[in-house]
Unconditional design. Structure first.
Length: 533
């Protein structure tokens, strides 16, 4: 590339294709002129960005169209710049070092970071050629944009770094083999688990290292079958198998195998975990479960025996206590009947109190026996109309207390799955309680309805009666626990305890809310099998 070819009609400020020679210059003729035009065309139309710069002051002397398009500067802007202005600040020091180093006339300068006019950066691979330019020392530069290549290279480096970090830090064993079953990767966790160093295993067949001798041929057959048919019974699945350490110790592992294709070859990566401790724990749990089941059987037998004893006791209480109570009540009545005319008012009053006490004692025995029977009841669920049950109980209460003025509101079609007899006891007790504790009101109101609590269906019975202090709500469902004296409201304190036992048998829960003199509401659920429609 002779100097005269660029001295005349060059790609400078007047453009590469000027028809007129610059003032003071003579257009070469013949072969030299034709060569100059050819080189100008090559320079200007080259698809790669190109420019010429002065080696002394680094000013850009000529630039082609590809550089203008790539960098975003106009031709005039380029020709007013030095090559330093194409580089970001952080690469200026490297440029200074580069320029201070002697170069051969034609030399690649490696990959540089350049800056476009809009401030964006690109990586370019530079090739430069020293040449004379209008009497100056200059260099022709050709820039190949390799930004995407560099991005992909960095992404690959980052990917390899992440892969290496995962392999090095993973707690599970990660082992990769090639199509011949030879180890190509063996992470630190695998070294620790199997007792081999990395240099001991690379290039060796995996089957000879970690697979028990009696399973090696099956492993090899499976590998050959997959390579010929792509069929496998373990790929993508989590399986349990036995492995062997360098010491010869066999132990259980959990294994997952995946494959990947690279360079026309298939690679297999196994993720293994030593599950020795898990197996030991499972064995211990099985032993404990067996022991617990045996204890449950023994405890159930003890409970059955205790229930039989309780049942026998209940019959004994029923027979042995009722007889003397009947005698006391009967003889007290006989005294009144036979000797009433000889008894004064105080004696008759005392006998009346004796009879009332024996009758209360009889009722208490009946309630206790009912509570005991409820506790031993077997729940036989069926679909029941709770609303209809409540209406039947309401009629019975109106007939028994015709003088009472109680308005009862019952939500229609409350359908539940429960034991018929036990549900009847719940409804009778709760409505009877509502009747009892509204007895001080001239007009009372009772409601039976449904709501929800924590997504579960809830049935409630509310009244506007005496209510209770919420500080003592925990005592409501205990046997013989009363928040009102018998003088205020009769009863033995067994009814709500019976309700709680029945609800518990159904797997539900029961609770109450109330305010003194403003009424009370009792809520209950009947377990997961209960439904409201």
């Amino acid at each position: 590339m002779a100097s005269e070819r660029f001295d005349v009609d060059t790609a400078g400020r007047d453009g590469p294709m000027s028809a007129e020679a610059p003032k003071g210059k003579t257009r070469p003729s013949g072969r030299a002129g034709e060569d100059g035009r050819m080189y100008r065309l090559i320079f200007e139309n080259n698809p790669l960005p190109m420019w010429v710069y002065d080696l002394d002051d680094l000013r850009i002397l000529a630039v082609n169209h590809a550089a203008i398009e790539t960098y975003g500067y106009s031709r005039d802007e380029f020709l007013s710049m030095t090559i330093r202005e194409l580089r970001p600040q952080e690469s200026q020091h490297a440029l200074t070092d580069y320029l201070a180093t002697p170069r051969s006339p034609l030399q690649g300068a490696g990959v540089w970071l350049h800056r476009r006019k809009d401030g964006s950066l690109l990586h370019v691979e530079i090739t430069s050629h020293e040449l004379p330019w209008e009497g100056r020392r200059a260099r022709l530069v050709m820039a190949n944009d390799v930004t995407e290549r560099e991005r992909q290279a960095r992404a690959l480096e980052e990917s390899e770094a992440r892969k290496s970090a995962i392999l090095q830090s993973a707690m599970d064993c990660i082992i990769t083999i090639d199509e011949q079953g030879r180890v190509t990767a063996f992470n630190p966790a695998a070294e620790k688990t199997f007792g081999y160093g990395l240099d001991d295993v690379l290039g060796r067949e995996l089957a000879d290292l970690i697979i028990p001798e009696d399973l090696r041929e099956r492993h090899r057959q499976g590998l050959r079958r997959f390579l010929s048919t792509s069929a496998s019974s373990i790929l993508g699945r989590r399986i349990e198998m036995e492995a062997v350490r360098a010491s010869g110790e066999r132990f259980p592992v959990e294994l997952t195998v995946v494959t990947n294709q690279h360079g026309g070859r298939t690679w297999f990566t196994g993720f293994l975990r030593d599950i020795t401790q898990r197996k030991q724990a499972q064995s211990e749990i099985l032993e404990l479960t067996h022991g617990l089941e045996q204890k449950v059987i023994e405890r159930t037998q003890q409970l059955d025996a205790a229930n039989k004893e309780l049942e026998a006791f209940s019959y004994s209480v029923s027979h042995d206590l009722r007889a003397p109570l009947r005698a006391i009540d009967g003889f007290s009545q006989a005294l009144v009947d036979d000797f009433g005319d000889r008894l004064d008012d105080q004696a008759r009053h005392y006998l009346g109190r004796v009879r009332a006490a024996t009758q209360r004692m009889g009722a208490l025995i009946d309630d206790l026996l009912d509570l005991a029977r409820v506790s031993r009841s077997k729940v036989l669920r069926e679909q029941l109309n709770l609303s209809q049950m409540a209406e039947d109980t309401e009629k019975e209460l109106h007939e028994h207390y015709p003088e009472r003025r109680v308005e009862v509101e019952i939500e229609p079609d409350i359908v539940v799955h429960a034991d018929r007899n036990l549900l009847k006891i719940i409804i009778d007790n709760l409505l009877s309680n509502a009747w009892k504790y509204t007895s001080k009101r001239e007009r009372a109101h009772v409601r039976v309805g449904t709501t929800e609590a924590d997504g579960d269906p809830v049935t409630y019975v509310s009244d506007d009666g005496a209510g209770f202090d919420m500080r003592y709500a925990g005592k409501l469902f205990g046997a013989f626990q009363r928040l009102h004296s018998p003088a205020e409201f009769e009863g033995n304190g067994i009814g709500l305890a019976t309700v709680q036992r029945i609800v518990n048998l159904h797997g539900g829960r029961v609770w109450a809310e109330g305010r003194v003199d403003e009424g009370a509401t009792f809520f209950f659920t009947l377990g997961s099998e209960a439904t409201h429609e």
